[in-house]
Ligand binder design. Structure first.
Ligand SMILES: [Zn+2]
Length: 151
């Protein structure tokens, strides 16, 4: 799905990208001009006072609670019936689609300890971030399970 998130939802943005969704984050305050430019996206916000405006402007939206990214993620997954699986095909920082890269080519960017056990290396063509699966991946799977139990 395509989402537009309020600027205070960066943690949620990261996780929705982990699940494979196209996520854009607003840079400043909420403003109708920016929202109208992104009508093809569902707007996720913590601001209830914008509801009337959003309804009038015919912008699809969901209000989530503040300061609790686990509950936010759980609510978005349930509300839109998203597949609760880690796709890990998008950059967590900028949202671009990742491309596979050979482990040997990025050896100098990976801590030696991780290098031995890590697999599935991918590179972000837009911002250059490097990702791989390793012990942290198991942690993310457990984290997601925990999140799904929150709502
Ligand atoms: Zn990136």
């Amino acid at each position: 799905m395509k989402f537009l998130l309020e600027s205070n939802l960066s943690r949620l943005a990261k996780w929705l990208r982990f699940l494979g969704h196209d996520v854009k984050v607003l840079e400043g305050e909420i403003n109708l001009r920016e929202l109208s430019k992104n009508q093809d996206r569902v707007f996720i916000t913590t601001s209830k006072r914008w509801e009337e405006t959003l309804k009038k402007a015919d912008i699809r939206y969901l209000v989530v609670p503040r300061h609790d990214w686990e509950l936010q993620l759980c609510m978005v997954i349930r509300h839109f019936n998203l597949r609760p699986e880690l796709a890990l095909n998008r950059c967590a920082y900028c949202g671009a689609e990742l491309v596979p890269v050979e482990k040997e080519k990025v050896k100098d960017r990976v801590p030696p300890k991780a290098y031995d056990t890590a697999y599935d290396f991918t590179l972000c063509p837009r911002c250059g971030a490097l990702f791989w699966k390793g012990t942290h991946y198991e942690g993310m799977v457990r984290e997601l399970e925990k999140v799904l139990g929150r709502c």
